[in-house]
Write a protein that binds this ligand. Structure first.
Ligand SMILES: [Zn+2]
Length: 343
């Protein structure tokens, strides 16, 4: 089959590789669409250490089943599917507690951090375990299904935030995940959505996605402006979708006393932590890791037209042109939307 292989850092080659073999619990998927994730771009040059070459990247994918293993039940050739980006063990202690996103020895498609290597979906075919498959509704396209992973990451952060209808919220970082957090907050009953970013362009996207107020991160009196639209208290919840020290600390400043901070971005390993403020304001701080069962709900949101993902797709291109698209995205720091590659 053809695949886009990261042969060494900053060097992708579209070439022939052996077809994947499937085990008895797996299906062979003919990949129809696979999105380029920000984490692929950050891994492409070796900076994250999570894409050690040689590797086929790609974890935001959809396709058609072409072959099933002998133990596969409920799935057949011809089924249109998408699948979780994470392969987890079903008998793991955390999985059995309903926390498969935290399970031990989980693997992400298209990732090789040193402890494992699992090829991903920038290829014609991929072997996928049956327990992580999801059926694509008839009126949902393969490209839309390739967007589900990003939306599911956003939905997971809202699910663990304890959001209640009427809550006031701020979303810091209006990249792909931040924009989907905004769209989901809109349909989850947030009474006020504030978006903050360092870029005007990203704030325009945030506004289109449904943000009620948008502010530049370096604006004067930013905290007062946030307070002025939240009863002089600050927001009930802050979602941080950047993962750097200034943006995370802005989240601590923007929430009200007793408020909650949900940290999604994770670019920086360590940040300053405002201990006294967290203690004296009784702030609740929670990390949000990947996805834990949100795929089906997101597929339904798309099927029912509750959420639009098409406006976040900036290009659909052949996989053979993947290397050029990676170059382009690598040079352009701004998150301009999702590029989807089609094998
Ligand atoms: Zn991703």
């Amino acid at each position: 089959m053809k695949a886009l292989v990261l042969e060494k850092y900053n060097h992708l080659v579209y070439k022939d590789v052996p077809d994947p073999e499937i085990s008895s619990d797996e299906v062979l998927v003919q990949v129809k669409a696979c999105g380029i994730c920000g984490s692929d771009i950050h891994g492409f040059d070796g900076s994250t250490g999570r894409r050690i070459p040689p590797l086929i990247m790609g974890h935001e994918a959809s396709g058609v089943i072409v072959k099933t293993g002998s133990n596969v039940k409920g799935w057949k050739a011809g089924d249109r599917i998408t699948f979780d980006s994470t392969v987890y063990h079903q008998d793991d202690w955390f999985t059995l507690k309903g926390l498969y996103n935290l399970s031990d020895n989980r693997e992400v498609f298209g990732v090789s951090p040193g402890t494992y290597k699992r090829n991903g979906a920038f290829a014609e075919y991929l072997a996928v375990p049956q327990h992580i498959l999801y059926k694509i509704p008839e009126n949902v396209t393969f490209e839309q299904a390739a967007m589900v992973e990003s939306v599911a990451v956003a939905l997971h952060s809202i699910n663990i935030s304890g959001l209640e209808p009427g809550n006031t919220t701020v979303v810091i970082g209006a990249g792909m995940i931040g924009v989907f957090v905004i769209k989901l907050l809109k349909i989850s009953g947030a009474s006020c959505i504030i978006a903050i970013d360092i870029s005007e362009k990203q704030l325009e996207r945030a506004e289109k996605a449904g943000a009620d107020y948008t502010f530049l991160a370096e604006e004067d009196n930013l905290i007062e402006k946030i307070k002025s639209v939240t009863g002089n208290r600050g927001t009930d919840i802050a979602f941080e979708a950047v993962g750097k020290n200034p943006s995370a600390n802005l989240a601590f400043e923007a929430v009200r006393k007793g408020g909650k901070i949900v940290l999604i971005g994770n670019i920086t390993p360590v940040i300053e932590f405002p201990l006294q403020k967290v203690v004296t304001s009784e702030l609740k701080v929670s990390g949000s890791c990947a996805i834990c069962g949100e795929y089906e709900a997101v597929l339904n949101f798309i099927k029912m037209g509750r959420i639009c993902v098409d406006d976040q797709i900036s290009a659909v291109a052949p996989l053979s042109e993947g290397a050029a698209w990676f170059e382009r995205l690598y040079k352009n720091e701004e998150d301009a939307g999702k590029v989807i590659l089609v094998p």
